[in-house]
Design a protein around this ligand. Structure first.
Ligand SMILES: [Zn+2]
Length: 499
């Protein structure tokens, strides 16, 4: 008996060593990439108070911005996305869905910037629509950093979208002044489009203190570093790893269930009457985090939260946090599909970012493709094929048959889509079909190699279509550039002809 135990012990040690060695290697690249990226990234520190009764948030934000470009920056730009909710005309919802977005009628939401200052004193700024322009005292030279502090208050609108509240939850996303991206095209000042996820940001580090009435539970990006009482309020301190946004969902009706997979704590936030499905959401999320970590590369964060939300659109991804429409917390197939799709975005959008305004196909088609992959590997090829046909191929073919006059390329910016129907069919479905075709041409192993390479090369950065093609070329040792651009991404041929 003893010997057996010893052997068991020796085997366990060996197993532990092997798994450590196995884990060290993929983790190493993400750790060193994080270390490199965190030297220059924006650092945000927010301190806010949440007054749900007044539908109001008050607070201040400090952000340190480093000029990593080769040119001087005489202006800095931040997005003020809450201002898109000021008027019914600007509200980022399709006109035909305003009733769903505002079930109790429209009321404005916005952010009001009260002050912007640096160590040198108050700075000149201009807040116009969804953009804040800040003028530093002197242009920021390459390599220089500037710490800005902003005071603001904001009103949360009664909308069941990314920023707003419904009967059960407050969805607080795209809610603070976030630094715009300065890239080869200069500052990206895109508005908040009603179609797609019109966001583009650099990865940064966040510390966010939220003072909220104690009866509220908060699901957020990052992890809870501290929580203490202050009268009838709780002060939550969230810290993050390197993430490209910070979002939170609050509810006085949340229950939670947690699990741990590969060192990541997964938490499902759900309404008490949905306990059965809250547990299911937890299991789907845990399985998806594990599958994608093994398949693409490690999930390098401590926590991942799946929050049931008053979110009529479906699901929405943020770093370490996804909002899942409460309507899916029932017995249907959709809950798993949506949780897995949003979890795939932790890799495609989250860890590997992209300009979702200019090249939305890159994260959406990869998330759809990854979802099918999950079903193929977890449930078997037949189930994967069924999901692919039901959720992607058949809806697309139906769209093509009914809209053949308006087919456009997969690769185009948000502004060139007329509505969600077209966007969904072309970007999500045709984009994913194109990836399936590419996978069948180059082979599953090479395709996986390409995805892993794409992940490793671009973690914490913003990637482009060219980076994706580079990964395919690298994995196959051949040049697919023209083929992918002309036959797949830019083609406007109906599917049957293009194939
Ligand atoms: Zn998506």
């Amino acid at each position: 008996m003893k010997q057996k135990r010893l052997m068991f012990f020796a085997a366990a040690v060996l197993l532990l060593v092997c798994s450590l060695v196995f884990r060290m290697r993929p983790d190493d690249f993400s750790k060193s990439a994080a270390w490199r990226a965190s030297k220059d990234c924006p650092r945000y520190s927010l301190e806010i108070t949440f007054y749900p009764d007044d539908k109001r948030i008050d607070g201040r934000q400090s952000v340190t911005v480093k000029n990593t470009k080769k040119v001087e920056l005489s202006e800095l730009y931040f997005h003020l996305y809450p201002n898109a909710f000021k008027t019914p005309d600007a509200a980022p919802f399709p006109k035909s869905e305003m009733q769903l977005a505002y079930p109790d009628g429209f009321s404005p939401g916005y952010i009001n910037i009260k002050k912007v200052e640096a160590a040198s004193g108050n700075l000149q700024y201009e807040a116009k629509d969804t953009l804040l322009k800040v003028v530093p005292e002197k242009p920021l030279k390459p390599g220089q950093s500037l710490k800005l502090t902003m005071e603001f208050d904001e009103i949360i609108p009664p909308s069941c979208g990314r920023f707003g509240y419904g009967k059960n939850t407050y969805n607080i996303a795209n809610w603070y002044p976030i630094l715009a991206v300065y890239d080869d095209n200069g500052w990206n000042k895109d508005p908040y489009y009603a179609v797609g996820d019109p966001f583009y940001s650099d990865a940064g580090l966040y510390e966010v203190k939220i003072k909220a009435p104690s009866e509220y539970t908060i699901a957020a990006s990052g992890y809870v570093a501290d929580k203490k009482q202050d009268g009838s309020f709780s002060i939550w301190t969230f810290k993050t790893g390197l993430v490209r946004d910070f979002a939170w969902v609050a509810s006085s009706r949340f229950k939670t269930a947690s699990n741990e997979v590969g060192g990541v704590k997964i938490t499902s936030f759900y309404l008490k009457e949905d306990a059965e499905y809250g547990e299911k959401a937890l299991n789907y999320a845990a399985r998806a985090i594990k599958f994608f970590s093994d398949f693409f590369g490690p999930y390098p964060y401590r926590e991942y939260a799946v929050a049931s939300s008053d979110f009529y659109i479906g699901g929405m991804e943020y770093p370490n946090l996804v909002m899942i429409g409460r309507q899916f917390y029932n017995g249907g197939d959709m809950l798993e599909y949506v949780v897995v799709h949003e979890t795939a975005h932790q890799w495609w959008y989250g860890l590997v970012g992209n300009n979702e305004v200019k090249e939305p196909w890159l994260d959406e088609a990869l998330a759809e493709f990854s979802t099918v992959l999950y079903y193929e590997k977890v449930y078997g090829r037949k189930s994967g094929q069924r999901i692919y046909e039901d959720f992607i191929l058949n809806p697309y073919i139906f769209y093509e048959q009914t809209h053949s006059h308006s087919l456009g390329p997969v690769l185009r910016p948000l502004s060139e889509f007329n509505g969600w129907g077209e966007y969904d069919a072309i970007v999500y479905s045709r984009g994913a079909i194109m990836l399936k075709q590419l996978e069948s041409i180059i082979g599953e192993d090479k395709f996986r190699e390409a995805m892993r390479f794409y992940f490793k090369q671009n973690i914490y950065k913003n990637a482009t279509t060219a980076d994706f093609i580079k990964a395919v070329n690298k994995a196959t040792g051949a040049d697919w550039t023209d083929y992918i651009y002309s036959k797949m991404l830019k083609s406007q041929e109906p599917l049957q002809k293009a194939a």
